[in-house]
Design a protein around this ligand. Structure first.
Ligand SMILES: C[S@@+](CC[C@H](N)C(=O)[O-])C[C@H]1O[C@@H](n2cnc3c(N)ncnc32)[C@H](O)[C@@H]1O
Length: 591
């Protein structure tokens, strides 16, 4: 894994930019409808190397431009008053609105004479909003390009050029987007509808994220073991050294990988037997409301996402007394929903979001729905989303910020660096979550303390590393997803000693027999070896899956042995032992 070497000047810059970001965030908490503050923070994010977060702020600023322009809009008065204050107090506005900080395409391009002369009349405001909206389009076009979200980048660029068809920065941005589009599509003709929108962003504990716990501390382990004792009598959670997994592009044989992996381990959590567990005995039985399903008007429980029992006169099925069409398995599920998430979405017309998606959008839609459920839990429980106990302690597969700090430039952009492993698109990470919040009647400006883009990204990182899915029997696509915060602490092995089934509750029990017919049972002190993939797959298929889902090849004893056997077979057949690996598209457990 490569990282960027930084000198002390770079570090000083970063410290200063982080201070600016903190001050601007505080200013936004005090004045949430100020589009200029959003633009300023977007530029800081861009200079810090977070184009996804820059795009998020550019988009909120663009929405606020509409609020200023249209007096019928909900936040018109607040947005206009914040802008008038900026005009009166901020003499640097014309400079800010001219061009883009560090990533600007032409530092002197697009300069428009702007006379603010301290006036706050309609003409000044109209001029300023016009210029600000172009600035938003510039930031969105370049930032989305850097994340690889090309279709949205071109869409915003085209909208910007419709506002000012001579804007040099937008014209240049359009060239860059088309150039990358031609390379991606391997064609000289670029149709916006063919451009990819699925890009990547940095997956990390942001330097300002103070919600993450020390996952291996005594305090965390005490808390988690208290939670575990409610769903398991024979296991405990402990810190454990795991081999650091390397992605499939580094070395092709097990010999390469074993020599690299043998020196690298990292401290994570795992689940261990605290007494002998007999074959067939239950290991864990966990209920979660952090579930989602993407079937519109289907017969699933809204809380646990299991199939509802048949509707008969003595059926246990109950509906919410205050809204239509929302059904639960029984009073227990209704009760859990009422105490944990349902009041925030009761009768809110939120049901259609993410439902019946285009098949290739199925996993993204489920993750967005998990995000929506988290928002509802946070709002109902009046808690920060990252402090919910179902979310706070789960694995996020984060990389250190320094490893992610790749300089990116729109010129000749090859797309986001592959070390950025969080799948990102404008729809899934920016507009989708904001749409959910609006449907929940949450003010998307006044609530950034709880619902800022970096928080959505942190949630996505966690869900992509831990959610399990059920696929449709009709078309094999994922249609139901859930996070079981304790189940997901058990590590993977292709020779698992447990089996699991998820139907309302996640049940884990000791296998009667291991995959090769050995008898089951787990000895006290042994690790609970879960399985996240189909263990009947061949070793190469399991490894391809693990490369995308675990973040590297599985190095369990079974994989190492079977892979050596395959290599030997190939050698004997004279085919060579090279294994082709596909590039990583997605790191998640749903795929
Ligand atoms: C769902 S989490 C499992 C629990 C995790 N160890 C924790 O601390 O919460 C999945 C992550 O655990 C790690 N992991 C699971 N099984 C592993 C294995 N067999 N070898 C190495 N790492 C493993 C990988 O980093 C993977 O991304």
């Amino acid at each position: 894994m490569s990282s960027v070497v930084m000198d002390s000047d770079d570090e000083l810059d970063i410290v200063q930019l982080l201070t600016k970001r903190r001050e601007l965030t505080q200013a936004l908490l005090d004045s949430p409808y100020d589009l200029i503050l959003y633009l300023k923070r977007a530029i800081v994010y861009s200079d810090l190397g977070y184009p996804d977060l820059a795009a998020g702020d550019g988009y909120r600023a663009l929405l606020l431009c509409d609020e200023v322009r249209d007096e019928d809009f909900e936040y018109h008065d607040q947005a206009l008053s914040a802008l008038r204050t900026q005009i009166q107090e901020n003499s640097e506005l014309p400079i800010l609105l001219r061009h883009h900080g560090a990533d600007h395409v032409d530092p002197h391009g697009g300069v428009v004479a702007m006379d603010l002369d301290g006036g706050v009349g309609d003409t000044t405001v109209a001029n300023l909003v016009h210029r600000a909206s172009i600035r938003c389009y510039q930031i969105l076009s370049i930032s989305l390009l850097l994340c690889g979200s090309l279709k949205s980048a071109l869409d915003f660029c085209t909208r910007g050029l419709a506002t000012d068809h001579n804007d040099e920065e937008l014209l240049q941005a359009k060239e860059y987007i088309l150039e990358m589009g031609r390379r991606k599509l391997k064609s000289s003709d670029v149709d916006i509808n063919d451009l990819p929108d699925q890009g990547l962003a940095r997956r990390e504990v942001y330097p300002w994220n103070d919600h993450e716990p020390d996952r291996c501390s005594d305090e965390t382990l005490r808390f988690l073991n208290r939670e575990l004792s409610a769903v398991s009598s024979n296991c405990e959670i402990k810190a454990t050294e795991l081999p650091t997994l390397l992605d499939g592009s580094i070395g092709s044989s097990d010999t390469d990988r074993t020599s690299i992996n043998s020196v690298t381990t990292n401290l994570q959590l795992g689940v261990f037997a605290k007494c002998d567990i007999a074959p067939g005995e239950t290991v864990l039985d966990e209920y979660s409301v952090l579930t989602a399903n993407n079937r519109l008007k289907d017969t699933l429980c809204d809380a646990c996402s299991t199939e509802l029992p048949p509707l008969a006169p003595d059926s246990s099925v109950v509906g919410c007394p205050d809204c239509d069409d929302i059904m639960f398995c029984n009073e227990e599920c209704l009760g859990r929903a009422q105490e944990s998430y349902h009041p925030a979405v009761c009768d809110m017309d939120i049901d259609a979001i993410g439902k019946d998606p285009d098949p290739k959008e199925s996993p993204n839609a489920l993750y967005l729905l998990l995000l929506a459920r988290t928002f509802a839990m946070a709002a109902t429980q009046e808690c920060h989303p990252l402090d919910l106990k179902e979310v706070k302690f789960i694995w996020g597969d984060f990389l250190p910020s320094a490893a992610n700090a790749f300089p990116t430039t729109p010129k000749g952009s090859a797309g986001p660096p592959p070390i950025w492993t969080l799948p990102f698109s404008f729809a899934a990470n920016i507009s989708g979550p904001l749409h959910v919040l609006e449907k929940m009647d949450i003010d998307i400006y006044a609530s950034i303390a709880n619902y800022d883009l970096w928080i959505f990204n942190t949630l996505y990182s966690k869900f992509r590393g831990t959610a399990s899915a059920r696929v449709s029997l009709r078309d094999g696509r994922p249609e139901v997803a859930a996070v079981h915060p304790l189940w997901c602490l058990a590590n993977h092995d292709c020779d698992p000693n447990v089996q699991w089934e998820w139907g309302g509750r996640m049940r884990l029990w000791s296998r009667e027999k291991r995959y090769d017919g050995r008898s089951g049972g787990i000895k006290s002190g042994e690790e609970i070896l879960n399985h996240y993939c189909d263990i009947d797959l061949k070793v190469q298929d399991r490894r391809e899956w693990a490369n995308g889902s675990l973040g590297g090849w599985c190095m369990c004893n079974r994989c190492k042995r079977e892979s050596a056997e395959e290599e030997e077979k190939k050698r004997l057949n004279g085919h060579g032992a090279e294994l082709e690996q596909e590039g990583i598209e997605e790191h998640d457990m749903l795929n």
